[in-house]
Design a protein. Sequence first.
Length: 159
Amino acid sequence: MTIASRPSTVIEADTYTVRRTIDITASVDAVWSAVTEPAHISAWFGTTVLDGTGAGATGTISWPEHGSIPLRVEAIDPQHSVSYRWSNDDAKGAFPEQLDEEDSTVFTFTLEPTDDGTRLTVVETGFDHTSEPAGNMDEHRKGWDYELDELIALLEGAA
């Protein structure tokens, strides 16, 4: 299956959620490392720095066009799921320098083994707390399409 033929991210407007499920021809161990280890996350997502490991670890994720965005590991179930909370724009459209529970969303990666590798689902919730829920959901929908395609390319050797 080519990257272009994989399902796109969908918006679930009634629950202020974006979701994408993809199958990756890579082991659960490889996908787990790619979504939990800062050096691996930085290879496909944004430059990630975490102070510590496990639930409660804090840090940043950054892109040239957005700067550094505060990040915290919310929950972790090794080899199965990891949830991150990250800042989103506040009511004024600015990104807070500190993680703010009121202006943040949570994204969770869930991994399931398949016959050919791993099924990865990302679900991001909490857009009702952002300045423009519909616009932010659409931006993150596009972002997850792009970023998860980068992850597929990296893990399947097409990067």
